[in-house]
Design a protein around this ligand. Sequence first.
Ligand code: SAH
Length: 213
Amino acid sequence: MLDTSKHKGLRKRLVDQLISKGISSKPVINAILHIPRHLFIEKDFESYAYLDKAFPIDSNQTISQPYTVAFQTSILEIENNDKVLEVGTGSGYQTAVLVKLKAEVYTIERQHVLYRKSMKRLNELGYNPKSIKYGDGYLGMPEQAPFDKILVTAGASEVPKKLLLQLKVGGKIVIPIGNIDQEMTLIVRKSKTKFEKIKLGKFNFVPMLKNTN
Ligand code: SAH
């Protein structure tokens, strides 16, 4: 579990790339600068960890591209103690970014292998979310709702209604919508019944699947 000066140098280069691609949130840049992404992928591939690319992890899933993590996190404008639900724990890297931003993080993963591994990894690295759940993110986490922010890291064909209803009034969800490629979509809950939708461009995600295996 080594984090060397070489890794730190590679992270600096990565955040410079993210800044040049338009990421401007200082707290998000700072989180990416400090979190050892190479410890979130298999050891043999550690040299890929600081490329701005998605990378395969267990169960045919991917660790999201750093730009995508930075983009989704920036859009949510995370504040200290925000109660945040993440759907799709995956490697746990995005979870660590949210924890580093001092959010109170609840995360759900439907692949048991990833759930188990990420729980262990986050614990060992000291990025502790409030809760990691093995389950179906379409259902959200009703026992913990409402949330200030919801971040979905898998592509859904439409916005899951249950997630929208687990947002506080004034809360925001960022979710990639679409089957083949996805439109990043921000939805703000304006009132109990009114939601405002903003489209933010095309991205590529693994699909959000129903139920657990
Ligand atoms: N944030 C993760 C992204 C992983 S990819 C990271 O950067 O590592 C998306 C993740 O969503 C996968 O791990 C996939 O298993 C998970 N997923 C897909 N459908 C889901 C669902 N219905 N509920 C919870 N997780 C889901």
